[in-house]
Design a protein around this ligand. Structure first.
Ligand SMILES: Nc1ncnc2c1ncn2[C@@H]1O[C@H](COP(=O)(O)OP(=O)(O)O)[C@@H](O)[C@H]1O
Ligand SMILES: N[C@@H](CCOP(=O)(O)O)C(=O)O
Length: 291
């Protein structure tokens, strides 16, 4: 038997749609795998009632197929599904690392990124790697078609998850097909600023670099209370706030000591909008741990 703790992740960070991602030090899924003649799946934990156990429909089934590694797979969910916190990616990355060890396949973590992305294709229709890359490699990751670059960084965050479900598949449908050149130039400037901020562990630059006008405006409309919660976080000291992944979570960047105040302000603003929410005071963390 092998066990993996696989972290939540936050993709996009505003200006890096389908490119940027960070591993969060909490919450996380725990995946246990045991050799078996065919793949079977048990799911417990947060939101487990919404997660299929059919290997054709659960992300870990696609990962087991891709590695030719049938197993009994137990998933203890710490990352709620349809959260914008890489719930499906945590399970896919965790299963990839655990099954690779169980069957001694010998793949590196970097080689497991496209394997785990096969799981993402099951739920969102596309094998995007911006969540599975940080879930496996840790830190801040920049994903291109042909490679992923991980960067170690020390950045504090608050992730605020409202009791709203936004599926990644639905949130991809609202992304515009075309962009105005001025908005593209603005986004490139933001993405570059954010990248420098991550390399320097500078929350001011990271927060500034989240700003963009291509994808976030359409997606924020799917989140009740978004504008009020974002303003509350900025007033409480966040250096930048945006939609986490495809939503509905919001991600705020800040100094470590400001996390409590920002979390409270975001929860209050969601409550005023009639939405229950929970907040994670977190930071950019490491990749999945294999036990
Ligand atoms: N192991 C899994 N963990 C989480 N969600 C899963 C898993 N397997 C399949 N799913 C399905 O994936 C969808 C959630 O994925 P997604 O919409 O990408 O949300 P998130 O942003 O949290 O990753 C849900 O419909 C859920 O039932
Ligand atoms: N780049 C993807 C990221 C989806 O992240 P998730 O955590 O919401 O699954 C997108 O923006 O669609």
């Amino acid at each position: 038997m092998r066990t993996v703790r696989a972290p939540a992740t936050s993709a996009n960070l505003g200006s890096g749609f389908d490119v940027f991602g960070v591993a969060l030090d909490r919450p996380a899924d725990v995946i246990r795998v045991e050799r078996a003649p065919r793949t079977t799946i048990d799911v417990t934990g947060v939101g487990s009632q919404y997660i299929p156990t059919d290997p054709e429909k659960n992300v870990v089934g696609a990962v087991a197929d891709a590695l030719d590694a049938p197993a009994h797979i137990e998933i203890d969910k710490g990352v709620r599904p349809s959260s914008g916190l890489g719930s499906s990616a945590a399970s896919a990355a965790g299963a990839a690392l655990a099954l690779n060890a169980l069957y001694e396949r010998g793949h590196t973590r970097t080689e497991l990124v496209p394997v785990a992305a096969e799981g993402e294709a099951v739920v969102s229709g596309e094998a995007h790697v911006d969540n599975v890359a940080p879930a496996l490699l840790g830190g801040f990751t920049v994903a291109r078609e042909d490679e992923v670059t991980p960067v170690e960084t020390d950045i504090s965050l608050v992730a605020c998850l409202p009791e709203i479900a936004v599926s990644t598949r639905d949130a991809r449908r609202v992304v515009p097909d075309r962009a105005d050149m001025a908005d593209v130039v603005h986004t490139v400037g933001s993405a570059a600023t954010l990248t420098v901020g991550m390399c320097r562990s500078d929350p001011e630059l990271v927060g500034k670099g989240m700003d963009e006008r291509l994808v976030t405006p359409a997606r924020s409309e799917l989140i009740t209370g978004y504008d009020a919660v974002r303003s509350a976080a900025l007033e409480a000291g966040a250096t930048g706030v945006t939609v986490s992944g495809a939503g509905p979570s919001l991600l705020a960047v800040c100094d470590p000591d400001e996390r409590g105040r920002i979390a409270a302000a975001m929860l209050d603003a969601f409550e005023d909008a009639g939405v229950e929410a929970r907040a994670y005071k977190t930071r950019v963390g490491g990749g999945a741990d294999l036990f």
